[in-house]
Design a protein around this ligand. Structure first.
Ligand SMILES: [Zn+2]
Length: 109
């Protein structure tokens, strides 16, 4: 259900941003740490787009990898999940990127 409302939000934002024309491609960035499942968004997108100018548009999803920084040892780490522990033992990493959920670009006919 979460992904359904996200897909709806994407379609609405695109319709707001593009006052006219047929939308061909929508590119969104989804961070690995955003908790959003790209396949589920893709699945919901077509249904949400139906009856709007986004109908039939291709949805390109760009995966943004997770990166975190440890404040106690100053190390940069790849993060596959929110609860990643630094090798130094610190479980509270500052997330540098990976929480993205945004529309990168829209292609209009
Ligand atoms: Zn550390």
């Amino acid at each position: 259900m979460h992904e359904l409302s996200i897909s709806q939000g994407i379609v609405e934002s695109v319709c707001d941003a593009v006052p006219e024309g047929q939308v061909l491609v929508v590119t969104v960035e989804i961070g690995k740490l955003s908790g959003v499942v790209p396949d589920a968004v893709r699945f919901c997108f077509d249904a949400c787009a139906r009856g709007t100018r986004v109908e039939g548009a291709r949805l390109d999803i760009v995966d943004v990898p997770g990166r975190g920084r440890c404040a106690s040892c100053d190390r940069d780490l790849d993060m596959d999940e929110l609860l990643t522990q630094c090798p130094c033992g610190n479980p509270f990493l500052d997330i540098v990127c990976g929480r993205e959920l945004r529309i990168r670009s829209v292609e209009v006919n």
